[in-house]
Design a protein around this ligand. Structure first.
Ligand code: SF4
Ligand code: SF4
Length: 307
């Protein structure tokens, strides 16, 4: 990313109000450590409560880069889709990624994992949990259901979506593994989506609009190195939603009205009155057959909360 684009992005972030989170992601942000430093220093000039995170694939991590993370108190996320064999088949360079995790462990830097759930890994998620059990610094797993965009849009160049039945089964296995693992840990490995569902069930009936999408409210922005900005990272590169950062004063909004699920679709669901609904970009990009996968995810985890 051109430093000028970075400065424009930070300027726009500074125009907003309230807490701000900046996520450095890619590609692979560790390829240009100097830009990490520049981003952090620029972000600290913004007069808003700030947290910053970095999403890495782990393959470029070195002690020096990890020292940067510590120095700047960056929240660290690592993209990891499974145990080594699965990681190798889906992303490649599994050995280097594991080495990166070990460096984080040695440096005592807590990290979370982001896992793209597809037909390839869905039934092996518990192996991922077992792998993470060996790392004291592992703090959580976030599950991203595959969005059919980019390489995910072409079934010949990448894996397809999980089936609803496999997703249900995979989540059950993962949850059982985490319960066992966490019973022996000081810091549990949290499952982000399970925590979300627990919060949904705990807060009871939602009485406001079902809109929760930051991109729909102009409250998020994803910046492309070429100087375009998009409503959020899921819409990155989609020319329908992109704007030239240099000529914008506000983040672009994702028009969601036509994308949101009808409330009638939720009648009878155990989460009917407390669920904020599905991510609009998954509804936008995914074929109809896979659009209910988020519901399967939420409902399966809600079932686990009740057992
Ligand atoms: S489109 Fe989906 S990923 Fe993007 S901000 Fe909205 S809910 Fe989040
Ligand atoms: S899980 Fe799906 S069906 Fe249930 S309330 Fe949420 S969006 Fe509606």
């Amino acid at each position: 990313m051109d430093p000028e684009v970075l400065q424009q992005a930070l300027w726009m972030a500074g125009q907003g109000q309230g807490a701000l989170h900046i996520q450095l992601t890619g590609g692979e942000p560790c390829l240009v450590p100097g830009l990490i430093e520049q981003a952090v220093k620029g972000a600290r000039q913004i007069q808003r409560p700030l947290t910053m995170g970095i999403q890495v694939n782990g393959t470029c991590l070195t002690r020096e880069i990890i020292d940067l993370f510590k120095k700047f108190r960056l929240q660290v996320g690592v993209s990891l889709d499974g145990a080594p064999k699965i990681q190798e088949s889906l992303r490649g360079r599994a050995k280097e990624t594991l080495h990166g995790l070990m460096l984080l462990e040695q440096a005592q830097v807590p990290f979370r994992i982001t896992t793209v759930v597809s037909e390839v890994n869905v039934l092996y998620l518990e192996q991922l949990a077992m792998l993470l059990a060996g790392f004291r610094q592992a703090r959580g797993i976030g599950l991203d259901l595959l969005v059919n965009k980019g390489s995910g849009a072409n079934p010949e160049s990448g894996p397809g979506a999980a089936t609803p039945g496999d997703l249900h089964q995979g989540l059950q296995r993962l949850a059982q593994a985490l319960i066992q693992i966490n019973s022996r840990r000081k810091h549990p490995i949290r499952l982000r989506e399970w925590d979300l569902v627990k919060r949904m069930l705990g807060r009871g009936r939602l009485n406001s609009t079902r809109l929760f999408c930051q991109a729909a409210q102009g409250a998020s922005m994803a910046v492309h190195p070429d100087g375009r900005c998009f409503p959020c990272s899921q819409t990155m590169g989609d020319s329908r939603f992109g704007r030239d950062l240099a000529n914008s004063h506000l983040p672009p909004r994702l028009p969601v009205a036509s994308l949101m699920r009808s409330k009638d679709d939720c009648i009878g669901c155990r989460l009917e009155h407390c669920c904020p609904g599905e991510c609009p970009s998954r509804l936008l990009y995914n074929p109809p057959a896979t659009r209910r996968l988020a519901c399967v995810l939420y409902q399966s985890l809600a079932e686990l909360c009740e057992t």
